[in-house]
Design a protein around this ligand. Structure first.
Ligand SMILES: [Zn+2]
Length: 216
């Protein structure tokens, strides 16, 4: 029996990874981190998508990020898309470093050696810990730390947002995206204006498909 752990935020990309994993593995567990997100709706929606997917869902609370850094996801800071050498204000330093390390430890405890994450280098929004180099390096570090060959799968790494839309559609789970959460403003219906909503809408437009998520 094959088993895998999906790092699951309840967003579009990790929802797509859940659909991908369910075709590939016999048993899938979703792991969500409650890291003090300003918008609690993210956690709520993660429960809804996990229920739709019919997977085991583990929500782990870690409150380190809200204490260590002031960013737009954990604090009331203006959303700034960055650019010109500046990182976006939504960047949470070290988030994937910690999340993926913890997910790998959790997978190890569950007797799994496969962890899946929806990080993407193509549309990486300037986040350095979404790059393939970093993932390869962390996979090696985690394997050494646990003395077990761990694999961090990144099925979306080199895809455009349009291709990820096509991917979940191909798996027949496009409707799950109605419950996924993307909006940086925490709005449902989504605001359609923040950088996250704009990136998501652009992907659907390029794929020539309609997003099942309601927008304002
Ligand atoms: Zn938005």
């Amino acid at each position: 029996m094959t088993k895998a752990l999906v790092l699951f935020s309840g967003g579009q990309d990790s929802t797509t990874c859940l659909a991908w994993a369910l075709e590939k593995y016999d048993e899938v567990t979703a792991l969500t981190f409650d890291y003090g997100q300003r918008h609690r709706v993210e956690i709520l929606q993660s429960y809804k998508v996990a229920e739709l997917a019919g997977v085991k869902h583990d929500v782990m609370k870690i409150d380190l990020f809200s204490k260590m850094s002031k960013n737009a996801l954990t604090h009331d800071v203006e959303i700034d898309p960055g650019g010109n050498g500046n990182l976006p204000s939504t960047f949470v330093p070290g988030r994937n470093l910690l999340f993926l390390s913890l997910a790998t430890i959790k997978a190890y405890q569950l007797g799994m050696s496969d962890v899946i994450t929806g990080v993407c280098q193509t549309d990486y929004s300037g986040y350095p810990d979404c790059r393939d180099d970093f993932i390869q390096s962390l996979q090696k570090s985690c394997s050494l730390a646990l003395d077990k060959e761990m694999t961090i799968h990144t099925p979306l790494m080199f895809m455009t947002k349009a291709e990820t839309v096509e991917m979940i559609n191909k798996h027949g789970k496009l409707d799950w995206l109605a419950e996924s959460h993307t909006c940086y403003e925490g709005q449902r219906p989504a605001c359609a204006k923040c950088p996250a909503c704009l990136l998501r809408l652009k992907g659907f437009a390029e794929a020539g498909m309609k997003d099942p998520l309601p927008y304002l």
